[in-house]
Write a protein that binds this ligand. Sequence first.
Ligand SMILES: Nc1ncnc2c1ncn2[C@@H]1O[C@H](COP(=O)(O)OP(=O)(O)OP(=O)(O)O)[C@@H](O)[C@H]1O
Ligand SMILES: [Mg+2]
Length: 466
Amino acid sequence: MLYALCLLHGGVTNMETILIVDDEKNYLLVLSAFLSEEGYETLTADNAHHALEIVESTDLDLVLTDMKMPAMGGIELLRRIKEKRPELPVVMMTAYGTVEKAVEAMQLGAFNFIQKPFQNETLKQIVNKAVGTYRVLKENLRLVQAIEERYRFDNVIGKSKRMHAIFDIVQKVAHTKATVLITGESGTGKELIASAIHFNSPRRNKPFVAVSCAALTETLLESELFGHEKGAFTGAIAMKKGRFELADEGTLFLDEIGEVPGSMQIKLLRVLEQMSFERVGGTRNIAVDVRLITATNKDLKVEVERNRFREDLYFRLNVVHIELPPLRERSEDIPLLAAHFADKYGREANKDEITISPEAMRFLYDHRWPGNVREFEHAIERAVLLSKGNEITMDDLPKELMNFADLETPIDWQRLSNLPETLDAIEKRMIQKALALSNNVQSRAARLLGIPRNNLHYRLKKHNLL
Ligand SMILES: Nc1ncnc2c1ncn2[C@@H]1O[C@H](COP(=O)(O)OP(=O)(O)OP(=O)(O)O)[C@@H](O)[C@H]1O
Ligand SMILES: [Mg+2]
């Protein structure tokens, strides 16, 4: 039954491809011969089902389809093509007396229609126009994609103005040796930016060494950074190189720099000024060439004011400052991040093309994400694993994000005597929480609470929250 899919022109070309669909096989042959002569690659299908298979599996530039076919007609075929490939132009061929159908087709998004029987010249004009328009559209799509590529700085995703400003700084400082201080709340991507600087720098083929300065006692930190000689202290059974030495010619990333104890701060300052040091227990001076990047989620200026951080070291570290904004202040990055992580974890879980339901996306968008991108990434990773089909829905998102149990101050149960008063207090808290979670947008808060908007309005009035 299917003789379809006959490739009249072989070989790899960049010719544009037209799929011709008609149940009359002679027509297919005549049309494909004519269009091939006009320089198009042609594919043919003698029924709509097969045409759809081709649409799904082949890169087409135009579909030329008959209107009246047994089983599935041209209108239904058009509708399905538009579902799958809305931008692909479709030209309908109509028999005499079916012009109303042609109008319907145009409303459904057909590019044009042509009435049978037609002159070859008329067909040629319509086809050239459709293919030409699509060519321009595809060119635009390519441009959009190129711009989207720009949103990605290695694996750092962001299209918000603030992230773009950061990408610009990263690009500018990467090729220098300037010391960079990265600040921002936990999970905002400080380490990621540090590695982006390294991997965009001329040092990219040399080591990127990261050390967390927190949770190490002063002695351990010293030996971790500068290494030690054999026998320098009990347990130092062999010589060990420190991170400064290991990062020679590369980049050293000192994370949580705000946690470095006072006496180490002065040693660090000295090393930074001279770019040389001795291993613990050693006397030989070791010179290194290290690019330093530090990060902290503390406000170092405040630490300086409180005499917890040396001002001279602060100036030394703060040559270039990058402040990463919390995710809640750049929610326009959320759809892009969601797509990025859904794709990443979807691939890992062998699920392809994970999509996110509009409701779930709305929620992701509205949530405040106190743990920033890290928390967001985990939520998507988990949702990808939980999702049943290929779509992430509200059911797949962490329930704890949706409950309001973590109200800031506990309700004073002792003081409350009766049920209505207690319920009122809880109600007020939930409303306040919902407002906070939705940045005071009432319609979102109402959605979070699962009540109509006018009902929320009434309750806001009742609790004096307007
Ligand atoms: N803009 C971004 N694009 C893609 N992934 C990101 C982005 N920002 C952060 N991430 C991811 O979020 C996670 C946390 O990032 P990172 O470890 O760099 O944060 P951090 O600021 O160093 O956090 P902490 O202060 O807790 O150490 C990582 O898995 C990282 O890859
Ligand atoms: Mg970190």
